[in-house]
Design a protein around this ligand. Structure first.
Ligand SMILES: *Cc1c(COP(=O)(O)O)cnc(C)c1O
Length: 510
């Protein structure tokens, strides 16, 4: 399987190891597989009796064909071994899987299952990919004979940063720099990042929002001067954002795994269609679900759930992507994004791989912050996706109701997903089983969650809030978050968005 740029499919095709090491295509496009591999229902059935690690190998080997099965197995074992799956939040489905699908609504003829993706070390779904990516890169460096070391640049809306730091801290031949919006992440998210240990890590706050961080990083990637300077130091830039194929491909796994869980628990029969709702920001997680559907996972609709920054809802409705709008800071900050980078991959596949057309759209986006897709493409997307958003109050109500009714605690992002999933069901009457990506532990967003539960939080710090939440719900506080209380702050750098490239060069030279 080879990988090409969404903006030039006739350009040089890369192996998956090359694609993962490189991150972004040279022309600024995203790297995509030349074709989408297929999976038979029999193979999906076979996943039923496998551990998560083995399910991962089955899916990964279809895309990462230049890795041996042993290499993939080694990577998956190292990645998912340490997931903390001993907490008590398992209601209906018993499982020892790092990303189990958990059925919550025990109504007859109606299945709502949350795919809990946040049992990794940093308590958000980003761990599912970022715990395995460093191994794929390490093996990839050897495989491709790459002589340069890797410098990972990462822009984060809050969760990617810590997950990437956790994955890459003290990794061989790799340095990592993380840029986060200095005022745009939760207190816990910030603490998670600025206390990160490791000889090879750098964490910098940027005076701006996530889009500023992401644009800054993209600019550095396309800056020939910087590239030359780094080349001279034998350093190659790469990315740990979901623009990197190595971030996306491990995310495809858990949609298959969740389906296999439902089969295993006899909630569905092989071949039954399900719906999948994903709380969406950069369009990475839902794009992974799209690949799963295209591969043959029986999925009817992909439901794209946005918060009050609903640029994607508007896009699916109107066919116009327009980032020229007010940016809001919401209670689901990891979804506060106006440029959803991975949409480019979807448009590529659904336009019949028309890379000239994609290039034109992306140039328009760069020039005016806006583009409009043609009617044919819009119609195609509407068939696959349903898009809606949840307001702040609705999101809080959902958290409160879910907890009061089911004693099941969800975070603000997952609550956006659930709110939209219900809107979809109400509007369409569709009763197919609904899988919802549960993307973070509620403890990462304790102030908003307590607020949703109508518990006063005045005068409390984040740790007192976590303890309060624990007292009320007796849901365990994830170990990694508990440990933050005693962790030392190691990174206090803040910079202007114009200074990002300079900071990267300084860090690279050390
Ligand atoms: C990153 C993130 C999202 C959004 O995922 P995308 O892949 O960017 O669409 C949703 N929820 C949480 C908790 C996240 O960390």
């Amino acid at each position: 399987m080879k990988y090409v740029s969404t903006r030039n499919k006739k350009g040089k095709a890369l192996t998956s190891a090359e694609a993962i090491l490189q991150g972004l295509a040279k022309d600024g496009g995203l790297l995509v597989p030349e074709n989408i591999p297929q999976i038979k229902i029999e193979e999906i059935k076979n996943l039923k009796n496998m551990r998560y690690e083995d399910r991962a190998v089955e899916i990964l080997k279809k895309y990462l064909t230049d890795y041996t099965e042993e290499e993939l197995k080694e990577s998956a074992e190292l990645a998912y071994n340490y997931f903390d799956i001993t907490d008590r939040m398992r209601l209906a489905i018993k499982s020892d899987k790092p990303a189990e699908a958990k059925k919550i609504e025990p109504e007859k003829n109606k299945v709502t299952a949350f795919i809990e993706l946040w049992h990794g070390p940093t308590s958000a779904f980003k761990d599912m990919a970022l715990q395995i990516l460093p191994h794929l890169m390490r093996i990839g460096l050897k495989k491709t004979g790459e002589e340069r070391d890797i410098l990972i640049l990462t822009a984060t809306s809050g969760d990617t940063g810590k997950a990437a730091l956790s994955g890459f801290a003290d990794a061989e031949r790799t340095k990592i720099a993380v840029f986060y919006p200095s005022e745009g992440v939760s207190e816990i998210q910030k603490l998670q990042m600025i206390t990160q240990t490791g000889k090879n890590v750098k964490v910098i706050g940027v005076k701006g929002n996530f889009d500023d961080c992401q644009n800054g990083v993209k600019k550095i990637f396309s800056d020939e001067e910087i590239k030359k300077k780094l080349d001279a130091q034998k350093i190659k830039l790469s990315s740990a954002n979901s623009i990197n194929w190595g971030r996306l491909v491990p995310q495809i796994v858990y949609y298959f795994s969740a389906y296999a869980d439902l089969l295993d628990n006899e909630e569905i029969n092989a071949g039954d269609l399900v719906n999948i709702t994903v709380p969406t920001g950069n369009f990475g997680n839902i794009l992974a679900a799209y690949y799963a559907k295209r591969m043959g996972l029986p999925v009817e609709k992909l439901i794209c759930a946005s918060n009050i920054n609903h640029v994607l809802t508007d896009f699916f409705e109107s066919g116009i992507y327009d980032r020229n709008r007010t940016f809001f800071r919401s209670i689901s900050p990891s979804m506060d994004i106006l440029i959803s980078s991975n949409l480019e991959r979807l448009l590529y596949h659904e336009s019949g791989e028309d890379s000239e057309y994609i290039k034109k759209l992306m140039n328009e986006l760069n020039a005016s912050g806006k583009y409009e897709i043609n009617k044919d493409l819009k119609k195609k997307l509407k068939k696959i996706f349903y898009a809606e958003y949840a307001g702040e109050e609705e999101t809080k109500t959902t958290i409160r109701e879910m907890y009061n009714d089911m004693k099941y605690l969800i975070d603000t992002h997952t609550a956006v997903g659930l709110t939209v999933a219900r809107k979809y069901q109400k509007k369409t009457g569709d009763k197919k089983p609904m899988l919802i990506a549960s993307t973070a532990s509620a403890y990462k967003f304790a102030p908003a969650v307590l607020n949703a539960l109508q518990i006063p939080i005045e005068g409390m710090n984040e740790f007192e809030m976590a303890e309060k939440l624990n007292k009320i719900t007796s849901v365990e506080i994830p170990k990694g978050l508990k440990a933050l209380k005693k962790a030392k702050v190691l990174h206090e750098d803040i910079c202007e968005k114009e200074e990002m490239s300079e900071r990267v060069l300084t860090f690279a030279g050390n």
